[in-house]
Ligand binder design. Structure first.
Ligand SMILES: Cc1cc2nc3c(=O)[nH]c(=O)nc-3n(C[C@H](O)[C@H](O)[C@H](O)COP(=O)(O)OP(=O)(O)OC[C@H]3O[C@@H](n4cnc5c(N)ncnc54)[C@H](O)[C@@H]3O)c2cc1C
Length: 434
């Protein structure tokens, strides 16, 4: 459905709260719009302008320098006539007065407000979570602290790190610290790594690969608490069942919690995150939300791909352009651990009506498993050679009937496409070759 800006007067002053990946991308999109609001203010509580948060993982692993994370500097905002306020946290929004307040006591009136406050690491209620040496992995400060720690403890000092959480973020943190020379144990509560994306076979291949590099992986590990070294610093992670893992550094990466309190306190409709409609408008027509702090039709976000689509919709909407509303689409997952290639989307477990196609070459470490329903792909897990991943994903989104290229489906995109395009599949070149 195409939407036009509500028939309110044009936005004079747009304020964006949060200078993270969504807020920054929104500003970049807005400056390209002829109908951009004449006055834009961005307020972020981090001390530096927005950076590429995704690249914190390669930064931690020592595969990238700090400079590579830079998006636009403060001068770019000035050039585009955008006021950038950094190091200040918005603490209060008065919906009636359309006024916000920051922790520095600044007040600012707005015509339209965008919440792009992202999320924070979810912290489990574990005794000892406040000890020194227990970290999250969300921002530049976290990455800097972990890098500093690994520099002082890695060489010859027997530095030991424990990472809690065997999802994407936990794995990237664990590999980063291992590459920096620490002895790392990773604790995963589930019975396999990346249980939301991988089936047992792919998760086992991944675990073996990481273990062969020296990472200790503990699955079905339940944390009982953290041990204090007597000076307020963490000394160990204790598991239920009595096992004790010595640790000078702990990274908690068990998930994220949307930063929705600002909207909730102001009186916006909030569930897990700020509820928005297909124009990214909250329950107050003057306030929008996007990125990890918003919730659309019960979905909250943790990857940038859908957020980029939200940005396009909201930028056009704010500039008064007619625009198709935001729609939810499936996402594919990749892991940023160098030397490990995996690609996955859709359900991890087949249901009774799924047809399961599998290719496994243990020698090469290649694994592909497809879940088909009525000849259409609903899910895929690829480990090793993932070249076919995007091809499967596109066909899955398009709902293409892959019956005609079934025999080549697991072999390669070129072969499968050839059969798919062939008007008479029975005369396909593959069959002739066979
Ligand atoms: C290490 C790491 C690796 C990742 N890798 C990937 C990946 O490979 N692929 C992928 O798709 N996604 C990845 N992600 C997730 C991706 O970074 C997020 O989905 C994305 O950053 C969300 O953008 P956002 O703007 O909603 O939130 P953020 O980028 O977190 O930005 C929110 C900003 O708002 C600020 N803020 C919060 N409250 C206030 C307030 N009251 N006042 C002012 N400012 C405030 C925050 O400090 C922050 O700067 C990764 C995340 C991390 C941490």
């Amino acid at each position: 459905m195409r939407h036009r800006h509500p028939d309110s007067p044009a936005t004079e002053h747009l304020v964006i709260v949060g200078n993270g990946m969504a807020g920054h991308r929104l500003v970049e999109a807005l400056v390209k719009q002829p109908g951009r609001p004449p006055r834009i203010t961005v307020i972020g509580d981090e001390r530096v302008p927005a950076y590429n948060r995704i690249l914190l993982s390669p930064l931690l692993a020592g595969e990238m320098t700090h400079d590579a994370l830079t998006l636009n500097g403060a001068d770019w905002y000035a050039e585009h006539d955008i006021a950038l306020v950094l190091g200040e946290r918005v603490t209060d929004i008065d919906l009636q007065a359309r006024r916000l307040t920051t922790d520095a006591g600044r007040t600012l009136d707005y015509d339209r407000l965008v919440l792009a406050t992202g999320s924070r690491p979810a912290m489990p209620p574990i005794p000892g979570l406040d000890l020194d040496g227990v970290h999250a992995f969300r921002d530049l400060d976290d990455a800097a602290e972990l890098i500093r720690f690994s520099r002082t403890r890695a060489t010859g000092h027997g530095g030991r790190a424990v990472v809690i959480g065997g999802g994407l973020l936990g794995l990237e943190a664990a590999e980063g610290l291992r590459k920096r020379g620490l002895a790392v144990s990773l604790i995963q509560r589930d019975d396999r790594l990346m249980n939301r994306q991988l089936d047992v076979t792919a998760a086992t291949l991944l675990q073996r690969e990481l273990e062969s590099r020296g990472l200790e992986v503990i699955t079905e590990g339940h944390i009982a608490g953290f041990e204090d070294d007597g000076s307020g610093h963490v000394a160990a992670v204790c598991l239920e069942g009595g096992r004790r893992l010595a640790a000078d550094c702990v990274v908690v990466a068990i998930g994220i919690a949307p930063n929705a309190e600002l909207g909730r306190t102001a009186g916006l409709e909030v569930n897990r995150a700020v509820i928005v409609d297909e124009t990214l408008t909250s329950s107050d027509p003057a306030i929008h939300a996007l990125g990890e702090c918003c919730e659309f039709q019960g979905t909250t976000y943790g990857l940038v791909e859908p957020i980029w689509r939200q940005v396009e919709v909201l930028a056009a909407h704010l500039a008064g352009e007619a625009v198709d509303g935001y729609v939810e689409k499936p996402c594919a997952t990749k892991l940023k651990v160098s030397g490990v290639s995996l690609y996955a989307f859709g359900p991890t477990e087949p249901d009774a009506d799924h047809e399961v196609l599998t290719y496994h070459d243990p020698q090469q470490g290649d694994y592909r498993r497809l879940l088909l329903r009525d000849g259409r792909i609903e899910g895929a897990v690829l480990y090793g050679d993932t070249a076919m991943g995007p091809w499967y994903f596109e066909r899955s989104l398009a709902g293409t009937d892959l019956g005609p290229c079934r025999q080549a489906l697991l072999l390669g995109a070129a072969d499968a496409q050839l059969l798919l395009d062939s008007p008479e599949p029975q005369d396909s070149p593959l069959k002739e070759a066979a």
